[in-house]
Design a protein around this ligand. Structure first.
Ligand code: PDD
Length: 262
C-alpha cells in the first residue's frame, strides 16, 4: 500500500513503524466504506479535543484530511478498509502519516451469534485522549491471538469492567442500557452513536461503573468500535450472554441506517 507522509505519497517499503514512536502521537482509525470515511467529522473533533488537552495543534484542517483520504483511496485503488491518521509531535517537529491498516472485521456468523472475550486486568494510560498505548495494545493483541477470541475486556484497578482493548462495551438488563461513565473509557465514535440512538429510541441509558461481580445480572452485552461496529458478545470468560436480543437488534439496525445516511 502507498501511504502519505506529510502529504507526500510514498511506497510502503519505506514505512518505518519507528517513525510513530518518536515523541507524542495522536491517532484516529477511520472506517472507509465505498470510498468514503464514515463519521470523519466526529473523528476530527475528537482529534482536535485530544490535541487541545495535550497542548498541541493539529497540522491539518478537516478538508485537508478529506483530501488525504481521497488520495489514499484512489492511489491504492481500495474503497473499503480502515485508515489510520497519525499526528506526531516532537519538540518543534511535526509529522503526519495516513495509511490503510490491517483490520479484523467480524464475520456474519459472529454478528449473528456473538463473539467470545476474556477479561484482562489493565489500565489505559490516558482514559480520554487517544494517545498511543503500544505496550497495552501489543499485550492484548497477543492474548487475542493465543486465546482465539475476538476481544480482550479490560478490568481496571477498582475491579470495574470498562471497555475492550479496541472497543467500548454496553450491557442490557430489563431492556435498559448500561455503559461505563465517560471518564472511565475512551469516548468511542461508535459509542457516541449508540448513546444518540438510545436517546432517539427512548431507551433508558445508565452511565455507571460495572463491577465484575455484577456481570451475571445482565442479559446481553455488546461491543462497539470502528471495526466491529456493533457486535454481540456471547461470552466473557465462562459467563454466557444472549446474542439474540430485541433491543440489541434495534440498535444494530439504527446504526446501519446512520452509516448509510453518512
Ligand atoms: N480503537 N476503546 C479503545 C481502547 C479503542 O482503542 C477504541 C478504538 C475504541 C472504540 O472507539 P471508536 O468507536 O472510535 O472506534 C474504544 C481503534 C479502532 C484502534 O485504535 O484501532
Amino acid at each position: 500500500y502507498l501511504f502519505l507522509h506529510n502529504d507526500k505519497l510514498k511506497a510502503s517499503e519505506s514505512f518505518k513503524d519507528s517513525y510513530l514512536l518518536n515523541g507524542t502521537s495522536l491517532y484516529e482509525v477511520v472506517r472507509v466504506i465505498n470510498g468514503k470515511a464514515i463519521f470523519l467529522s466526529e473523528h476530527y473533533s475528537r482529534l482536535t479535543k485530544s490535541a487541545q488537552k495535550i497542548g498541541v495543534k493539529i497540522t491539518h484542517d478537516f478538508s485537508q484530511l478529506v483530501k488525504c483520504i481521497e488520495i489514499l483511496v484512489e492511489k491504492n485503488d481500495c474503497k473499503d478498509g480502515n485508515i489510520k491518521l497519525v499526528f506526531s509531535f516532537k519538540d518543534k517537529e511535526r509529522n503526519f502519516y495516513a495509511y490503510f491498516v490491517r483490520h479484523s472485521y467480524p464475520t456474519a456468523f459472529q454478528y449473528e451469534n456473538g463473539v467470545r472475550t476474556i477479561i484482562h486486568q489493565a489500565e489505559r494510560p490516558t482514559p480520554t485522549a487517544k494517545v498511543y498505548n503500544h505496550k497495552l495494545r501489543s499485550k492484548t493483541n497477543n492474548l487475542i491471538a493465543e486465546a482465539e477470541i475476538f476481544e480482550v475486556i479490560l478490568l481496571n484497578k477498582l475491579g470495574n469492567v470498562t471497555e475492550g482493548s479496541r472497543s467500548n462495551l454496553f450491557f442490557i438488563r430489563n431492556n435498559e442500557l448500561y455503559t461505563s461513565p465517560d471518564h472511565e473509557v475512551l469516548n468511542g465514535i461508535v459509542r457516541g452513536k449508540v448513546i444518540q440512538i438510545a436517546k432517539e429510541l427512548s431507551i433508558p441509558i445508565h452511565f455507571k461503573s460495572i463491577p465484575y461481580e455484577e456481570l451475571p445480572l445482565y442479559d446481553a452485552v455488546f461491543l462497539t468500535g470502528t471495526s466491529p461496529m456493533i457486535l454481540p458478545v456471547k461470552r466473557i470468560n465462562s459467563l454466557s450472554f444472549t446474542a439474540d436480543h430485541q433491543l440489541l437488534s434495534a440498535i444494530m439496525d439504527a446504526y446501519c441506517k446512520l452509516v448509510n445516511e453518512n
